[in-house]
Design a protein around this ligand. Structure first.
Ligand SMILES: NC(=O)c1ccc[n+]([C@@H]2O[C@H](COP(=O)([O-])OP(=O)(O)OC[C@H]3O[C@@H](n4cnc5c(N)ncnc54)[C@H](OP(=O)(O)O)[C@@H]3O)[C@@H](O)[C@H]2O)c1
Length: 286
């Protein structure tokens, strides 16, 4: 089986490539970073797909900066909406399964119960709207489609909340973190494992996150606890933090559908512990 991975230089892309290579299955993996394959370049996609004739395509490429998306609106829609559509259309030609990664930001965040896959979408940000466009174009046009929505992702070498908090804790004696936005922190490694389990026979939309939920404040407290830092974490409200783009206040995704298919991801605290251990090991190996 031949698997193309786009956005292979990103947090989740890297993790998926590693998971596929280490499991030593029968798959042949074809990873492409942005420099190697720009998903907004249709001719380039057509050429590469004709060479490889993939059986599966996993799209991890995206324009993920929520604030920059507000400034570069056209680029957001092209990368997060049109690019996935080009990939999906090309996957159809080869009867390949297309796996697309999406986000909790397709929801408004105004709810107080975990969002189910079929709940009404209503994004408030350009990032969320552009990701929803990608989902909708694919749902209408792609024949063998699996959409994975995830949230609050962190992975090795990525620009993410965990790495930011650790860096800040080296320079500051206290950190102010918002307590009124709630979500499920999710380790890329666990999403990669779930994707590989769902890959062969699942279609439609699946929510994939670590279990449990917390606020950013609770997440930061747990990070400091696990790295044995004495830095004080101070709880603040969103009104005290100047956001360029307002964030959803409730981002928890229901994983009932995932659980019913026999996959239960560990809780976010255990996943964080594993992530930090791997980070520690890799820094001390060098
Ligand atoms: N990060 C989160 O908290 C989060 C939460 C929920 C869902 N998601 C979704 O999960 C997926 C993976 O996210 P991630 O955290 O791994 O993101 P990431 O680290 O930003 O990786 C995305 C990758 O896509 C690349 N890319 C951007 N434009 C491209 C283009 N035109 N063609 C090809 N590649 C392009 C980026 O390259 P450059 O960096 O060089 O631009 C980057 O390497 C995305 O679909 C994202 O929307 C993420």
């Amino acid at each position: 089986m031949k698997i193309i991975i786009t956005g292979a230089g990103g947090q989740l892309g890297k993790e998926l490539v590693e998971a596929l290579i280490t499991r030593e299955g029968k798959e042949r993996v074809f990873p492409f970073t942005k420099e190697q394959l720009d998903i907004t370049n249709r001719e380039q996609i057509q050429r590469l797909f004709a060479e490889i004739e993939p059986n599966v395509v996993i799209n991890c490429a995206a324009f993920t900066s929520v604030d920059v998306c507000e400034e570069e609106v056209e680029k957001a829609y092209v990368v997060n909406g049109i690019g996935p559509y080009y990939l999906g259309m090309e996957a159809n030609k080869y009867k390949a399964k297309f796996i697309h990664i999406s986000t909790d930001y397709v929801f408004s965040g105004d709810q107080s119960l975990p969002y189910k896959e079929d709940d009404l979408t209503n994004p408030h940000t350009i990032y969320g709207k552009s990701k929803l466009l990608g989902e909708e174009l694919l749902l209408r046009n792609c024949s063998d489609l699996l959409i994975i929505r995830t949230s609050w992702l962190y992975g090795h070498e990525g620009k993410n909340f965990v790495n930011t908090m650790i860096e800040l804790s080296k320079k500051m004696s206290s950190l102010k973190v918002v307590c009124d936005q709630v979500g499920s922190p999710t380790y890329t490694k666990d999403v990669a494992i779930a994707i590989l389990s769902l890959m062969s026979d699942k279609t439609g939309i699946y929510h994939v996150t670590n279990s449990g939920a917390c606020s950013w404040y609770e997440f930061a407290k747990e990070i400091m606890k696990q790295i044995n830092s004495s830095v004080e974490v101070i709880s603040i409200g969103s009104e005290e933090y100047v956001y360029k783009t307002p964030r959803p206040s409730y981002s928890v995704l229901s994983t009932d559908r995932l659980n019913q298919s026999g996959i239960n991801l560990r809780n976010w605290e255990s996943a964080l512990l594993d992530y930090l251990k791997k980070e520690y090991d890799s820094h001390h190996a060098n």
